[in-house]
Structures are given as C-alpha cells and as structure tokens.
Design a protein around this ligand. Sequence first.
Ligand SMILES: C=CC1=C(C)c2cc3[nH]c(cc4nc(cc5[nH]c(cc1n2)c(C)c5CCC(=O)O)C(CCC(=O)O)=C4C)c(C)c3C=C
Ligand SMILES: [Fe+2]
Ligand SMILES: [Fe+2]
Length: 337
Amino acid sequence: MSKQGVLLVNLGTPDSPSVKDVRRYLDEFLMDERVIDIPQLNRTLLVKGIIVPFRGPKSAKIYKKVWSEKGSPLLYYTKLMTDLLQAQLGEEYQVEMGMRYQNPSIQSALDKLKAADVKSIRVIPLFPQYASASTGSVHQKVMEIVSKWQAIPDISFLNSFHDEPGMIDVFAANALKYKPETFDHILFSFHGLPQRQLIKTDNSKSHCLQSADCCSALTDVNKFCYSAQCHHTARLLAAKLNIPKEKYTISFQSRLGKNPWVKPYTTEVIDELGKAGTKSLLVFSPAFVADCLETLYEITEEYGLEFKALGGERLQLVESLNDNPAWINVLEKLVKQ
Ligand SMILES: C=CC1=C(C)c2cc3[nH]c(cc4nc(cc5[nH]c(cc1n2)c(C)c5CCC(=O)O)C(CCC(=O)O)=C4C)c(C)c3C=C
Ligand SMILES: [Fe+2]
Ligand SMILES: [Fe+2]
C-alpha cells in the first residue's frame, strides 16, 4: 500500500563553516525575494555586492564556533527529529527532511517522496510562528516544485503552531530545570523581522503597526502577524510557568540592515535590564525548534557577554526542542491533525 509522505523543512545552514560555503549559503538565503523583499536589482547589489563579501567571513567565524564533529547544530537536530519521527510513525509513513536553503534541499526530499509514489504529503515548516520569509517561502518552494509533477498527490501545508500546547509544555519543562523563579527576569527573544513584512501579511491593511499595542492580542485580523503570534507564544509560556507580567519581556533579535525591524530589539532590552541592576536572566528562544547559531552563539555568547559587561551575573538559555521525545509526540500530532 502506498505511504503517506511527510516533509519536515527547516531554514538551512552552510555545508561547512568555510568562508566559501557560508557565502554560498548567504547568497541563496538572502536572494530569496521573501527574505530581502526589495526590488531585484537593489537586492542583487546589496546581497552580492555588500552582504555576501563582507558578512561572509564574519559569519564563517561564528559558524566555526558552533560547528561540532556532528556538523551544524541546526542540521544535526533536524535530522534527528526526522529519524525519530519516522521511527514513531512507522511503515505507513515516509518522513523526509529538506532545508529551504542549501542541503539537503527541498527538491531532493520531494524527489524521494515522488520516487516512493506517496499518496499524500504533509508539509511541516519547522517555524512555530508564521512569517512570509520562513514558512511562506517554504510553501512557495514546495508549490513551485510540485506544480511541475504530472501526478500531484494530496498536499497539506501547516501554517503555524505558535499555540500548540504540547510545544509550550516542552519549552516550559526545559525551563523548569533552571528554576525560573530564581531568576530576576525572563526574556522571550524571538528572531526578528523587518516591520514592513508584518504590514504585508495584514490582509486588512488597517491593523498591523497602526497602534502601539497592535500585536498584544491575536485576533482574526492579525492571525498571520509574526509578531502577534510571537507575543501569543510568550504569553502562553508565561501563563504555564506562572511568570507575572512585570517579570518578563518579549524582544526580537538578529536585525540585519538599517530599516526598522520588529521592536523592541533584544540587545536594547538586555542593555536596559543590565543598567537597571538585573543580575540573572533566563532566556527563551521559541522561534526555533532546534538549537542553532542564533541560540548557541547569539544568545549564549553575544548577549551573555553584553549582559555581563553591564554587571549581570548569569544569563541562561532554555534549550530548544531538539530531539526531546515529547516534541516528537507533538510532531506526530502535527502530522495527523
Ligand atoms: C524564525 C525563523 C526565521 C526568520 C523569520 C528569519 C528571517 C530573517 N533572517 C535573516 C537573516 C539571517 N538569519 C540567519 C540565521 C538564521 N535565521 C533563522 C531563522 C529565521 N530567519 C535561523 C534558524 C538561522 C540560523 C541558521 C543556522 O545555520 O544555524 C543568518 C545567518 C547567520 C548570520 O550571518 O547572522 C542571516 C544573515 C533575514 C534578513 C530575515 C528577514 C526576513
Ligand atoms: Fe534569520
Ligand atoms: Fe501585528
């Protein structure tokens, strides 16, 4: 009997931490019109003329720090998730993984599902909160490839799982190990996004960034707003762990370029907290389901040093979902729902 196909997709990472491979990765990633959403000529000049040549060597240095004998953490954990999910789902399913940028590609994963003549494909972009630059880009890529097939099976696309109770439980359980109540403050630091990309997903064109607190409630109007979904994830985590409002902050990291990104920026929040005398900080990074450069370097190293330079004593990252068996159960639920 033909199997049900499952395609897990993560962002992607360089093939190695060499400058050449990092440059090739940045080129493919940042030339995506959903990521740097400016006219093509400007994007080409910016990416190929400035970012790839100058950022490439800097990024490569950082990738070398997080690379282990198992390779890039993002790829390593995504592969583990795929294998564990396959084992859990059994023979009725075929689970493949693809990376939106670089390898293994979405094309190679879909080729395998096609060769297996699967009767359906469940596409799960591994981003809890929807953004056109992440989930939207994965959906577009899959549609581009499959649209060329003669026999197109049933396909379903997961939009987001920012409020999935099982996912909230796993992040909360990971945090409990560190006794959140013993920290002065809790930070929910999400990957950033240019503000204009929030506005573009507001189909009503009358809500996003029209008021200071437009993202503080998730409603039908802002259901595709990345920032509103991030706020919602953070509120669910805070409620689960009984963290009072005044003890946590939601922020956005990894800004690139000069245009405004979603605020507040993590670096500025850490600056304020440090200057206000905060000594211990527990940091969640719930925009990622796998530890990666952003959590293992940017939060742990970069923000850790920034916090300590301001008098902070302890910055602790809550690890991501990675190969946690409870997370694999959540993935199974997302496949079957
Ligand atoms: C939540 C998912 C992500 C969104 C949305 C996203 C948007 C986005 N990112 C950049 C630029 C960079 N991101 C980089 C790394 C990176 N980004 C994500 C996820 C999202 N990005 C992940 C999981 C990672 C880590 C990958 C890894 O290999 O571990 C990088 C590369 C690292 C660096 O040089 O800093 C860049 C550049 C933009 C412009 C953007 C805008 C929409
Ligand atoms: Fe990114
Ligand atoms: Fe919004």
